[in-house]
Design a protein around this ligand. Structure first.
Ligand code: ATP
Ligand code: MG
Length: 563
């Protein structure tokens, strides 16, 4: 603990983005305002990578008394839907953030069109009739300079006429585009006369059929930032090469200049995080939906039982980097464990039940024993757990012939039943295959509460559930969706789905203490000795369903401890 604190305090106080912002504030740039934005394209559900970006953008604004906009980058009507807009709003709120303004790039279609006319009049944009294939050929490659389109030197009048007619719907999809006139010999491919507008006779989820030309991302993004008065436009590294173009538009249009700053996107081991791939998993039924608890989407991890606090803490812990890196998923799991350890009520649930009969216990007696709800939080109080002659324990908490360091139940050794009694296995019943199907024990009445009556010690403590009062529950155990640490790294002839883990979901019928009978959906529990679980919305009045959020075994702490 102490060591962690030291490490934390020896970290630089400011990350590189904060350094830029503080410098800008000192120079009174933008009147020392800080205004960030989170700009998702509503073409899928948000994932953990987006959560990182959300925490960063909202976190910066909070730290510097600034503002954050939520802006939907909805310039591509063929892939975008209102369903995605709604889910994004919900996910940002769930993470604990509230935006200052909610905007849509489509709000600016009119202004962007006007600005395109400005560029045409300045001789900085032209209508080009090359086909897609021809245009690609003309653009050259990173090692071969491009050559000018034969349409590049059209007159301003002709360009204005054609562009207005593009907008009026006179031409079919793909017939023409509007391009910026920049530099076909630039080593930066994005500067080789990029496309500003393409013709798409497609209905838009917000502007309907008002438009049949749509701006490209690069043309819309910076100008949207500018219109909103964004000061620091934080994005992921792949946009670094777009920055000269971002700045070019702003300069040519002589409008407010936000500063684009790039940071390394979040990559997680055993996880794919591109919307396109996640969409494929959903569409082809590899998972039950965007909110399948195995998905790295925000709605998926929420359903799995992750908390907003854990996510924010994770984002804070990984910080911002300027170079691509991959974060161990163990760190994410560590963060949720830390949070749930403080919050989750402890209960006893037996996942793989083995019947145990306590021979010297009264036949019909149901005792009520005290159990502590959360040793980390006294205010969580206590509850009663029923105890009876027949109980269930985990199958692997019994071994007929114990191995050397096995301190759980085995013939002749005394163990403690958590909160209950010392018991000793006296005999077993086996089925025809020789498998133990029932264990018979004796108990020591003087050890009630699990306390030693005379100072004698037991080495093992195990959990249990009263058979008479047990609640039948469904438990869903999730494992990683991919069995390799870098599923994004696909061999050329392969597909990312080749490395999917065939055993990523296991469903068990478990026995739980009756306390869970009315457990509300989304409530977190620690199943003692097993892990953290969360009540799933698939639960019915008759059967609760629990999702395993994370097991108790913390591989991350171990790694940290070794260093
Ligand atoms: P994907 O590549 O997963 O499909 P995207 O970048 O296309 O995602 P957008 O909706 O365009 O998704 O992203 C919105 C914002 O979130 C952008 O600023 C983007 O840079 C950021 N973002 C996306 N993925 C990550 C990530 N893995 N880590 C950090 N930020 C991310
Ligand atoms: Mg994108």
């Amino acid at each position: 603990m102490e060591e962690n604190r030291l490490n934390a305090s020896s970290k630089p106080v400011l990350n590189f983005i904060e350094e830029i912002i503080e410098e800008d504030i000192r120079n009174n740039k933008n009147d020392a305002r800080v205004h960030t934005r989170f700009p998702p394209e509503p073409n899928g559900y948000l994932h953990i990578g987006h959560a990182k970006s959300i925490c960063l953008n909202f976190g910066l604004a909070k730290k510097y008394n600034g503002k954050t906009n939520l802006r939907f980058d909805d310039t591509n009507p063929t892939k975008e839907e209102t369903e995605y807009v709604d889910s994004i709003r919900e996910d940002v709120k769930w993470l604990g953030f509230d935006w200052d303004g909610e905007y849509y790039a489509s709000d600016y279609f009119g202004q962007l069109y006007e600005w395109a006319l400005v560029l045409i009049k300045k001789g900085k944009a032209y209508v080009c009739d090359l086909t897609q294939e021809e245009a690609a050929e003309y653009r050259g490659t990173p090692t071969r300079p491009g050559k000018e389109s034969p349409f590049r030197n059209r007159s301003v009048e002709e360009n204005l006429d054609l562009f207005v007619r593009m907008k009026n719907g006179e031409f079919p999809d793909g017939a023409r585009v509007l391009r910026a006139k920049i530099d076909l010999t630039s080593p930066n491919m994005h500067m080789r006369d990029p496309i500003l507008y393409r013709i798409l006779h497609t209905e838009h989820h917000r502007t309907g059929n008002d438009w049949c030309i749509y701006p490209m991302y690069d043309y819309a993004h910076g100008q949207s930032d500018s219109i909103e008065g964004i000061t620091h436009s934080v994005c992921t590294l792949e946009f670094e090469v777009h920055r000269p173009l971002y700045d070019w538009f702003i300069k040519e249009l002589e409008i407010h200049a936000p500063q684009q700053i790039e940071f390394a996107r979040l990559n997680l081991t055993y996880t794919v995080m591109s919307k396109r791939k996640l969409l494929e998993l959903v569409r082809d039924n590899y998972v039950s939906g965007w909110d399948d608890p195995r998905m790295p989407t925000i709605c998926g991890i929420r359903r799995r039982g992750y908390t907003p606090e854990a996510m924010r803490n994770f984002a804070e812990t990984i910080g911002v980097a300027r170079r691509e890196n991959v974060i161990d998923i163990g760190l994410l799991e560590h963060c949720v464990r830390e949070d749930l350890n403080k919050k989750a009520i402890r209960v006893m649930t037996v996942l793989n039940p083995l019947k145990v009969v306590i021979d010297n216990y009264p036949e019909d007696l149901i005792d009520e024993l005290d159990a502590i709800n959360n040793p980390e939080d006294e205010s969580a109080g206590k509850r009663k757990v029923p105890f009876s002659k027949v109980i269930y324990i985990e199958k692997d908490d019994f071994m007929e012939v114990p191995s050397k360091k096995y301190f759980r139940m085995s013939p002749g050794t005394e163990v403690r039943l958590r909160y209950a009694y010392f018991v000793k296995c006296e005999s077993v019943v086996k089925d025809e295959n020789g498998e133990v199907i029932e264990v018979h024990c004796s108990y020591d009445p003087a050890s009630r509460g699990g306390n030693s009556p005379d100072g004698r010690k037991v080495k093992g403590t195990i959990h249990w559930v009263s058979a008479a009062k047990a609640l039948d529950v469904e438990v869903r155990l999730f494992d990683r969706l991919f069995s390799v640490p870098d599923p994004e790294n696909v061999p050329e002839d392969g597909n990312f789905k080749d490395s999917m883990n065939p055993d990523s979901l296991k469903i068990l019928n478990a026995k739980a203490e009756p306390y869970l009978k009315d457990a509300p959906v989304m409530t977190h529990y620690q199943f003692e000795r097993i892990g953290y679980f969360c009540v799933d919305a698939d639960s019915t009045d008759n059967k609760k369903v629990f999702n395993r959020t994370v097991s108790l075994k913390d591989s991350w702490s171990k790694i940290e401890g070794k260093q």
